[in-house]
Design a binder for this molecule. Structure first.
Ligand code: PLP
Length: 374
């Protein structure tokens, strides 16, 4: 089965083999803390930051919840930047942490417009924290975090950025762009096993976490419990060493390749060009993602039928969620799935399914990777 969903993605054999070794006891092994710290530094380097990076046990949602629970407290006004389903979903986490979510809801088909956001902040910038999403995976729209985060920073607002489906596929310069808290996970563009997330945390964010009026009402999600692990040579719980070694192998593959962002950019461009040429309709007006492409389900067929028929051809694609459920087809081109062969096979299967149903006018595969398109 070819997995072309927007995560969890396929895992390279070398990464899978890292799971099969015996790693002794990560609580007592003297070298484990140093190994963890070294991996955290490598992840920081990929995201262009010297900030503290923590790797936590739990998939992507855990990073979102840990950031909210640790940073936000009762009485905090939090700007919830919402131009997609994950952006909107932060509202629940903000409120669960006791904060007041002030919704900044905009068009789900477009990236956040920076002038418009600036005009909004000129009138009201009394926020401690803002939450936003780098790549809105359900709709394949990418936000200009390179402009949003410096703007929030100028207003003294701590940014919490969900970059779970962008890290590894989009350029990210945490330090240059003044990003405070950036959240990633193992199972999207990194193509490591599901079960780990990572957070890059700026000094400003640490100051907020460590100087709260009220204690953090969690043990597992309390980031301050992890902060001094290196000095204390201690973690708040047993670390899942197999997952962490596998993540290290996956990160090393990315470091060896170097060109992982431009590969994602090139493949995404090719997919979009093929979709447009075939007569299918892309979702969104601009800000198309490097890591996932969302296409309207054409009239005359349901998503479920496309999904089932493609499964019969051994290709799995994604649908969408929330209000876009059954309305969009999503092709993930992340990490190990982001290569010419996998994309050609996926589009060939989609072409076959739609053609069999008399629903394709153009050719999805014509000139897919022709020079003029990519
Ligand atoms: C996948 C994803 C998450 C994390 O969800 P999981 O439960 O780890 O799958 C968070 N945010 C975005 C934008 C995502 O794409």
């Amino acid at each position: 089965m070819l997995n072309m969903t927007p995560g969890p993605t396929s895992i390279h054999e070398n990464v899978r083999l890292s799971l099969s070794k015996d790693y002794n006891n990560s609580d007592l092994e003297r070298t484990f803390v140093d190994f963890y710290a070294g991996l955290a530094k490598k992840i920081g380097k990929l995201m262009n930051t010297a900030n503290n990076v923590l790797i936590l046990c739990g998939e992507g949602m855990l990073a979102l919840e840990a950031a909210c629970i640790s940073l936000i407290e009762k009485g905090d006004r939090v700007l919830c930047i919402d131009n997609g389903i994950f952006g909107n979903g932060f509202k629940e986490l903000i409120e669960m942490a006791g904060g007041t979510a002030v919704m900044y809801t905009r068009d789900y088909e477009s990236p956040i417009n920076i002038e418009e956001l600036e005009n909004f902040l000129k009138k009201d910038s009394n926020f401690k924290i803002a939450t936003l999403v780098h790549c809105e995976t359900p709709t394949a729209i990418t936000n200009p975090v390179d402009k949003i985060c410096p703007l929030l920073n100028r207003y003294g607002i701590i940014s919490v950025v969900d970059s779970v489906s962008a890290i590894g596929g989009e350029n990210i310069e945490i330090d240059n762009w003044n990003m405070d808290v950036v959240l990633g996970a193992s199972q999207k563009c990194i193509s490591a096993p599901t079960g780990l997330c990572f957070l890059s945390i700026s000094q400003t964010a640490w100051d907020k976490i460590l100087n709260r009026r009220n204690p953090i009402t969690s043990y597992y999600l309390n980031l301050s419990n992890y902060k001094d692990y290196e000095k204390n040579r201690w973690f708040p719980h047993t670390m899942p060493s197999h997952l962490i070694y596998a993540l290290d192998t996956a990160i090393n593959r990315m470091i060896a390749e170097e060109q992982f962002v431009s590969r994602h950019e090139r493949m995404a461009k090719a997919v979009r060009a093929a979709i447009i040429k075939s007569g299918l309709k892309l979702f969104g007006k601009s800000g198309y993602s490097n890591t996932v492409t969302a296409v309207h389900v054409p009239e005359g067929i349901t998503f479920q039928q496309i999904f089932r028929d493609m499964l019969n051809l051994d290709v799995m694609i994604g649908g969408s969620i929330g209000e876009f459920e059954n309305k969009l087809i999503r092709i993930g081109h992340m990490g190990e799935n982001c290569n010419e062969e996998s994309i050609s096979l996926a589009l060939a299967a989609l072409d076959r399914v739609l053609r069999t149903n008399g629903l394709l006018t153009g050719e999805l595969l014509n000139h897919l990777f022709a020079k003029e398109l990519v």
